[in-house]
Design a protein around this ligand. Structure first.
Ligand code: ZN
Ligand code: ZN
Length: 98
């Protein structure tokens, strides 16, 4: 298991900045489905309010396509800054989100 390369501060929601009081922060893998294990290996995950920002709110990562795409773009930027050029990202994740 790798630490997030996107977010050093695990005490604030990556999306809204709340501190998890009353809505504990949860870990979100920016690339799910078949790429979830790559997200885990590469540290492409963020900590976000479990109810409001992760699972159930209207803007939540698992409810709102724009939020999901935003997090994927952020993840790609972090990946390219850490691991290598865009071609390498495309080979690994199959799509450009930027
Ligand atoms: Zn999630
Ligand atoms: Zn939040």
């Amino acid at each position: 298991m790798r630490k997030s390369i996107m977010q050093k501060d695990r005490t604030r929601c990556f999306l809204c900045g709340r501190n998890g009081q009353g809505d504990p922060l949860e870990e979100h893998h920016c690339f799910g489905g078949p790429n979830r294990h790559l997200s885990e290996e590469d540290g492409l995950k963020v900590y976000i309010c479990g109810n409001r920002c992760h699972r159930n709110g209207p803007g939540a990562a698992h409810q709102n396509a724009r939020t999901a795409e935003f997090l994927k773009a952020e993840a790609q930027m972090a990946w390219e800054a850490t691991y290598g050029p865009r071609e390498a990202f495309l080979r690994r994740y199959g799509k450009n989100y930027l």
